[in-house]
Design a protein around this ligand. Sequence first.
Ligand code: ASN
Ligand code: ZN
Length: 320
Amino acid sequence: RRALTTLNLDDGFRGHAARRQADTVHEYHATDDGETPQRHIFDARHGMQLPGEEVRSEGDPEVNDREVNEAYDDLGATWRFFREIFDRDSIDDDGMALLGTVHYGQEYQNAFWNGQQMVFGDGDGEIFRPFTRALDVVAHELTHGVTELTAGLAYSNQSGALNESISDVFGAMTAQYSANQTAGEADWLIGAELLTESVQGKALRSMAQPGSAYDDPVLGRDPQPGHMDEYVNTAEDNGGVHINSGIPNHAFYLIATALGGYSWERAGHVWYDTLLDERLTPDADFATFARLTIDNAQRRFDEEVVSAVREGWQGVGINP
Ligand code: ASN
Ligand code: ZN
């Protein structure tokens, strides 16, 4: 049985190989104006050499390949979200080029950030659709780049689950921003567009109800907890980084929906301030992150926001 939230298969190996192959990317230059993204989309043509052949770059018209155009549009929407809401110009806040490879591997059922670029598989068509379908997943991968260059949260155990959760939080907010949805209107699902009709489930993960995203004969049941009482101690998946991320995911959901309005207006700023907070060290655990969100809520907002943040964490069993 393969946990859908793990979704990394033997990605440790693949990610490593991909990283070594990705040394041609330095030739792509940053934008100097901060007004547009600098996107470069590549086609791996079902191989695993990265980045592959460049098929669409910034300003080029649409091409005759759905996944290429989706990667281009979704990376653009993610860039705009970070730029317009957090005044961040790309992954490094210095106009870094956004490199995305599509049609990676054969029936590859995942997407990832390899330290230099984003990579998207096509799925197998039976369970998964191409991973460019889901804006929240594209934004999730880009956010791994932001986290790597800011807090640098270590990718195991609680700091790894925080790293994963931050990608889901900014992925969900990007999709909500793009659809102009309030916290109350949003479905808080991650990757809803990826599952085919044959799967008994709604999405890869649910921030509103972790553990409820799918229950399928092939995939098994969504293993995510939404409370510290159900924290999963496991050696798999780097200590359950895609599993226990349900806990901070649900805290963010509780806070954003309690505050109402758009999630990025208050909860999102608290999370972004915390991600950039120099006190957030690479080995931070949930409680440390939670305390910093309270402090950042205090710095930026009023007591209503501070209370909502505190109560959100208490709702998942963390007393900051
Ligand atoms: N899609 C996964 C993620 O971004 C890939 C992985 O586990 N490395 O977390
Ligand atoms: Zn991730």
